[in-house]
Design a protein around this ligand. Structure first.
Ligand code: SF4
Length: 414
C-alpha cells in the first residue's frame, strides 16, 4: 500500500505504523519532474498542486515495470466540504478505470465516521501507533530545523535526521508489541537522537532571524511542492519554525467537541468518548515530548489549539471561517508572541485558504507592530525564489532590530 508523501518523515513513519498491523506499506515515490508531467496529463488546470503531485506519484508507481495491480493498494483518504481533497479519489478512480485497473487496484480510504472498521480488530492499535508516528515525526523535524542552521560543519544534522528516521521507523513497524512498550522504546530512541543533535558543534547567532512557516498543510511540508523553501531561508541566513502536523489533529478534535456542544450533546456518551480520546492523545504526546523540554524552550507549541483560534478570532472568527485559514492567521499571531521575526504562509496557487489569509494579513501585521507576514504561492512551475526570500529576510531583519517581543537565545548550549 502506497502512502502519499506529504512530508519526508511523516510518510515514512506512517508507513511503518501500517506495517505494525501487517499491511505492507511504504511511502509513495519521491517527486520529480515526471511526477508533474504524469499528474498534469489527467488534470484540466482547476486542481491544486497537492492533487497534481499526489496523483503524479501514484501514476509513477503504475508506470513502473514491476507494478502488479492485483497486489497494489493506494491510501487515499477523503473529506467533504469545498476543499479539493475530496476530489482526489474521484479523479484517481476515473484514471484507474481508463487504464482498466478499476477492479484490480484497491483504494484504501480510512474514515473516522465508521470507526475505521475497514481495519478490523487492528483499527484501535493502528490509530494509536499512527498518532505516535505523527508526534515522532513532528519532534524530529523540530529539533532538526532548530539545529541545522547553526551547525559549523554542514551535513551532520541531515545525517542524524536520516538515521533517526530509520530507527524510529523500525520501532513503529514492530508487530505484536503493546502500546506501552512501543511508546517506551520510542521515548528512549528520541533521547538518543536528541543527544546526537546536542553533540553537533554549533555557532551561536542570536541575530539569526526566526521565520515561522504556516500555510496549507501539504504544500508547507512537502519540500518538492514548495521548491525547498526551508533550505532557501536557511541559505539566506534564517532559521525556520515549521507548523507541525499535530496542530491539524488538535483542530479536528476541537471541532468535534464544538459540534457536539452546538447540537446539544455537551453531556453525552459521544462527548465522553471525545474527551477520553483527547486525554489519551495528550498523554502520549506529553510523554514523547518530555525529554525535549530544555531543547524546545522558547519554541513551545500552543498549549491548546483554542489559544490559536482565539488569536484568530478578531480577524477570522472560527464560527464563520473554518479550517486552515483560521489556524494560519492564529498561528502567525502566536509566533509573533513567541518572538519570531516574520511569518511565511505557503499556499498552493488558487487555494482559498491562502486567498482569504492574504486579505487578512495586512490588518494582522498592522495590529502587531508591523510584524512581517507574506504569502508565497506555488503551482509547480519552478520559479527562482532567491530574490523574494532575500527581500523577505531583509524585512525580517529590519523588524528584528526594533521588535518589542524578544525570544530566548536560539541556541541553548545543549
Ligand atoms: S486545502 Fe487547498 S491546496 Fe489543499 S487540498 Fe484543499 S484545495 Fe487543495
Amino acid at each position: 500500500m502506497y502512502i502519499p508523501r506529504m512530508s519526508l518523515s511523516g510518510a515514512k513513519l506512517m508507513a511503518a505504523a501500517y506495517r505494525s498491523v501487517g499491511i505492507f506499506a511504504e511511502a509513495s515515490p519521491l517527486s520529480d519532474s515526471r511526477t508533474l508531467e504524469l499528474g498534469g496529463k489527467y488534470l484540466n488546470g482547476d486542481e491544486c498542486l497537492p492533487e497534481r503531485i499526489t496523483l503524479g506519484n501514484f501514476l509513477k508507481v503504475i508506470e513502473d515495470p514491476s507494478f502488479d495491480p492485483d497486489k497494489t493498494a493506494f491510501l487515499l483518504p477523503t473529506s467533504g466540504g469545498p476543499c479539493r481533497f475530496g476530489q482526489y479519489q474521484v479523479l484517481f478512480k476515473k484514471i484507474l478505470k481508463e487504464k482498466k485497473y478499476e477492479d484490480r487496484v484497491l483504494i484504501v480510504s480510512p474514515t473516522s465516521t465508521d470507526g475505521y472498521e475497514g481495519f478490523g480488530d487492528s483499527a484501535g492499535a493502528l490509530m494509536r501507533t499512527s498518532w505516535l508516528a505523527v508526534v515522532c515525526s513532528d519532534i524530529l523535524r523540530k529539533i532538526h530545523l532548530k539545529t541545522r542552521p547553526y551547525e559549523i560543519e554542514k551535513g551532520g544534522a541531515n545525517e542524524i535526521f536520516q538515521k533517526g528516521l530509520e530507527e524510529l521507523s523500525a520501532i513503529l513497524a514492530l508487530p505484536g508489541i503493546t502500546h506501552k512498550a512501543r511508546k517506551s522504546q520510542l521515548h528512549q530512541m528520541l533521547i538518543t537522537i536528541r543527544d546526537r543533535y546536542r553533540k553537533i558543534k554549533k555557532q551561536p547567532d542570536a541575530n539569526k532571524p526566526l521565520i515561522g512557516i504556516v500555510g496549507e498543510i501539504y504544500c508547507r511540508l512537502n519540500e518538492f511542492s514548495n521548491e525547498y523553501l526551508v533550505n532557501k531561508i536557511e541559505e539566506f541566513g534564517g532559521e525556520v519554525w515549521m507548523t507541525d502536523v499535530a496542530e491539524w489533529v488538535w483542530y479536528t478534535t476541537d471541532e468535534q467537541v464544538q459540534r457536539l456542544i452546538r447540537t446539544g450533546k455537551r453531556f453525552s456518551k459521544e462527548m465522553l468518548a471525545a474527551q477520553i480520546k483527547i486525554a489519551i492523545l495528550k498523554k502520549d504526546e506529553s510523554f514523547l515530548l518530555e525529554p525535549f523540554k530544555a531543547d524546545f524552550c522558547g519554541y513551545e507549541e500552543p498549549h491548546r489549539v483554542r489559544d490559536v483560534l482565539n488569536y484568530s478570532h478578531p480577524f477570522l472568527p472560527q464560527s464563520g471561517a473554518l479550517g486552515e485559514m483560521v489556524l494560519n492567521v492564529g498561528k502567525s499571531i502566536y509566533l509573533y508572541h513567541k518572538g519570531a521575526d516574520g511569518v511565511i504562509d505557503i499556499s498552493p496557487f488558487t487555494c482559498m485558504n491562502g486567498v482569504v489569509c492574504e486579505t487578512v494579513y495586512p490588518q494582522v501585521s498592522q495590529k502587531y507592530d508591523h510584524f512581517p507576514i507574506r504569502i508565497f504561492y506555488f503551482d509547480g512551475s519552478q520559479v527562482d525564489l532567491d530574490r523574494d526570500v532575500e527581500i523577505f529576510l531583509e524585512l525580517a531583519r529590519n523588524y528584528q532590530r526594533k521588535k518589542k517581543r524578544a525570544r530566548p537565545a536560539p541556541v541553548s548550549g545543549q
